[in-house]
Design a protein. Sequence first.
Length: 377
Amino acid sequence: MLVLPAPGGELLNWSPSGPRPAEPPKTPPSARIAYAAAHVVADPRADEPYAVDWDSTLAFREHLWSCGLGVAEAMDTAQRGMGLDWTTTQELVSRTGAVAAGRSWCAGVGTDQLPPGPATVTSIVDAWREQLDLVSGAGAVPVVMASRALAAAAKSPEDYHAAYGKVLSEASGPVLLHWLGEQFDPALVGYWGHDDVRAAARELATLCAAHAGTIAGVKVSVLDAEVEVEFRRALPAGVACYTGDDFNYPELIAGDAEGHSEALLGIFDPIAPVAAAALHRLGDGDRAGFRTLLDPTVPLAREIFRAPTRHYKTGVVFLAHLNGHQNHFRMIAGQESARTITHLATLLRLADEAGVLADPDLAEARMRPLLQVAGVA
């Protein structure tokens, strides 16, 4: 039994009580396309704060593939823009490509190699091109990510259409686009030339209609289910919507009579076995069983991704530590300190209730030292 801090300052006794995690399926789920955005494992023995433990990082990708999920590589979950620099990103994409062996994966195409300071649309497009070449050459489906540099440089929606139009007209194969909302990255406020999220969605749908032959899908991470459904229905035929909504993913993936969202989610990193088992039930036509498995993970996801949402990576790595996927709770650039011990204690309880603790005894043993360092008896 552990004594855990709770919001309000009280202390609560906790011992494992939730269901055991779902057994991961042996074959890929067939109901939906599903990618888990994977985190990177820091090397705690290195002298500099940006080093990656490559063995553990690649082993975690093997875990995701073994659950039947695709890997979304070098996305914001991997701390792009929060410690993972372009040099390390190149190595990450190359290493994952070397072990993918035909398994499903995609990878982020950003502009984070640009130097600090103002950028031009031309330099932004050139940066996208460079990363697109790397990702395509490694064998991944490219995911053209929202650009902080473009958000700062663009003066109107036309600037977004011009920049994306150049990249999309030159792409050698289908790509995904990634609309990351300002909740995840405040530097992306006003993306697509609009502060209003619905106006931004309409602008993006217009871009998709103009380049429907190149855009295979769009990942939407705005944490608003109504906006995502409206956007999904506005997309042209052949362009899929991938939910990145870590608050409302069960209902968006399940869909309705007019369609559904595919999945490209950060929350699938810590809940991979449960998510894969739920998707198999959906593939078998068991919508109720799908929701029975996946709905209990939503309180956990909402706590991991609560404001400030950009710090969700801390909870993802914390659960990877509790579940034995890495032997320490350290992150690139020291981001493990971005959340409080109360938040981490809440995650432990919610992970137990959601059935995503692989070994509750191990989780308890790994939580104890963190509580002691925080001064909790």
